[in-house]
Design a protein around this ligand. Structure first.
Ligand code: GDP
Ligand code: MG
Length: 369
C-alpha cells in the first residue's frame, strides 16, 4: 500500500520537500517530489524528523458511508480562496478590503463576525469564499491533518520589499498541494514600489508571470487604496473556472473545521466550511473527536441560517467539544453512532498522546472524505 507523496509528507511535517528527498536518498531511495512512498519508507523518514507515524486503514477507522455522487447531482460551487504571503505584505488588508467592498445590501446591517471564512457575491452574481484565518498557519495546520480545502491561492508580495522566506514557503505549500496560484503584487501606491523587481525575483524561482510570457497570472494592486482588486478577483475567477468546481448539494453535509472555541455563555462554537451536501439545523454531526447536533447556525454577518450548501462558511453551536482546524466533519443519520465514533477517536487520541507528541496519522489514499 502506498500513502502520501514526498511533498505531502514534507508539508505534514512542515519541512522542505528537498529535506525529505535527501532523507530518502540516504536510504538509497531516489524519490521525486510527487512520488508516493510506502509505509516503511515513511516511517523511517518521519522518525528522522522526530515523528512517529501511525497507519490506519480507512475501513477500520470508521464506518462513515461514502456515497458516490451521480454526475447529474453535481452542481457548480463557489471557489474557496486562501491568501498567503510574508508578514506585513498585506494579507489582512486585502482580505478586509474585499470583505468591505462587496457587502451586499441587506447584509450590511449585520455585525461582521470573524468566523474564519467569509463569502462575497460579485455584481455578476458569482460567489467567492475566502478563508481568513491567518492564511499561512491555517493552511499548514490543515495540511498537517491532510485536509485540503483551498481551490485557489493568492500569493501576495509587497512591491516595496522582496520575495521573502514566507513568500517562498507559501509558494511551495501551494505547489505541494497542487493548488493554482495568482500573484498579487501589492503596495504599488508606495513611492518605493518596484513591481518588476518582484517579477524578476519570482522568475528566479521558475515562476514566470503572464505579462512576462509565463503561465502565472499576476496583478499589481494596492490593498490599502483598493486599487485593481476587481482585476485581481477576475484572475482568481479565471483560475477557478478552469477547475470546474462542483459538489452535490443533495446529501448529508461534509466539510472541514476551520476553527473552534469555547464561549462561556454559548458553549462550543465551531466555525466550519461546508464542502458538499447541505447542512441543516438539527443535523447530527461528527467532527473529529467530537459530536453533537446543530443547535444554531450563523453566517459571518451574524444572520441565522436554516441551511448551508457547498462552499458556505458557517458558525454553529451544538458540538460537545472543540475539534481542531482541519478536522473533517460529517453529518450522520444516527446520533448514537456519531457519538460512539467520536468516543473511539478520543480514546485513540488519548493513547497516542501518552506515547508521543509529534504524531502523524496517515489514511490510505483514496478514502479521504
Ligand atoms: P499582513 O501581515 O500580511 O496581514 O499585512 P497587513 O495587511 O497587516 O499590512 C501590513 C502593513 O502594510 C499595514 O500597515 C498596512 O496598512 C500596510 N499596507 C498593506 N497594503 C498596503 C498597500 O497596498 N499600500 C500601502 N501603502 N500600505 C499597505
Ligand atoms: Mg495579518
Amino acid at each position: 500500500t502506498e500513502f502520501v507523496t514526498v511533498s505531502e509528507l514534507a508539508s505534514m511535517m512542515d519541512v522542505q520537500s528537498t529535506q525529505v528527498i535527501s532523507a530518502c536518498m540516504s536510504l538509497g531511495i531516489f524519490a521525486s517530489i510527487n512520488q508516493r512512498l510506502d509505509a516503511e519508507t515513511i516511517s523511517i523518514v518521519a522518525s528522522e524528523f522526530g515523528f512517529e507515524v501511525e497507519f490506519v486503514s480507512a475501513e477500520v477507522q470508521d464506518a462513515i458511508p461514502t456515497v458516490e455522487d451521480k454526475e447529474e447531482d453535481l452542481k457548480d460551487r463557489p471557489p474557496i480562496i486562501t491568501v498567503m504571503g510574508h508578514v506585513d505584505h498585506g494579507k489582512t488588508s486585502l482580505l478586509d478590503y474585499i470583505r468591505n467592498a462587496t457587502v451586499v445590501d441587506g447584509e450590511a446591517g449585520g455585525i461582521t463576525q470573524h468566523i474564519g471564512a467569509y463569502s462575497v457575491t460579485r455584481e455578476d452574481g458569482k460567489k467567492l469564499t475566502f478563508l481568513d484565518t491567518p492564511g499561512h498557519e491555517a493552511f499548514t495546520a490543515m495540511r498537517a491533518r491532510g485536509a485540503q480545502v483551498t481551490d485557489v491561492a493568492i500569493i501576495i508580495v509587497a512591491a516595496d520589499d522582496d520575495v521573502m522566506p514566507q513568500t517562498k514557503e507559501a509558494i511551495s505549500h501551494a505547489q505541494a498541494a497542487g493548488v493554482p496560484m495568482v500573484f498579487a503584487i501589492n503596495k504599488i501606491d508606495k513611492p518605493g514600489a518596484n513591481p518588476d523587481r518582484i517579477r524578476e525575483q519570482l522568475s528566479q524561482m521558475n515562476i514566470l508571470v503572464e505579462d512576462w510570457g509565463g503561465k502565472y497570472q499576476a496583478q499589481e494592486i494596492s490593498a490599502k487604496k483598493g486599487l485593481n482588486i476587481d482585476e485581481l478577483l477576475e484572475k482568481v475567477i479565471l483560475e477557478a473556472d478552469l477547475l470546474e468546481l462542483k459538489a452535490n448539494p443533495n446529501k448529508n453535509a461534509v466539510g472541514t473545521v476551520v476553527e473552534s472555541s469555547l464561549d462561556k455563555g454559548k458553549g462550543y462554537i465551531t466555525n466550519m466550511l461546508v464542502e458538499a451536501g447541505t447542512l441543516r439545523i438539527g443535523d447530527v454531526i461528527l467532527a473529529g473527536r467530537h459530536s453533537g447536533r446543530v443547535r444554531a447556525m450563523h453566517n459571518e454577518h451574524g444572520k441565522e441560517l436554516k441551511e448551508a450548501g457547498p462552499s458556505t462558511p458557517v458558525s454553529i453551536l451544538g458540538i460537545n467539544g472543540a475539534p481542531s482546524a482541519g478536522d473533517k466533519f460529517h453529518v450522520m443519520d444516527d446520533e448514537r453512532e456519531a457519538r460512539s465514533i467520536a468516543t473511539k477517536r478520543e480514546q485513540l487520541y488519548r493513547e497516542q498522546g501518552l506515547r508521543t507528541q509529534k504524531h502523524l496519522t496517515l489514511e490510505e489514499i483514496g478514502r479521504r472524505l
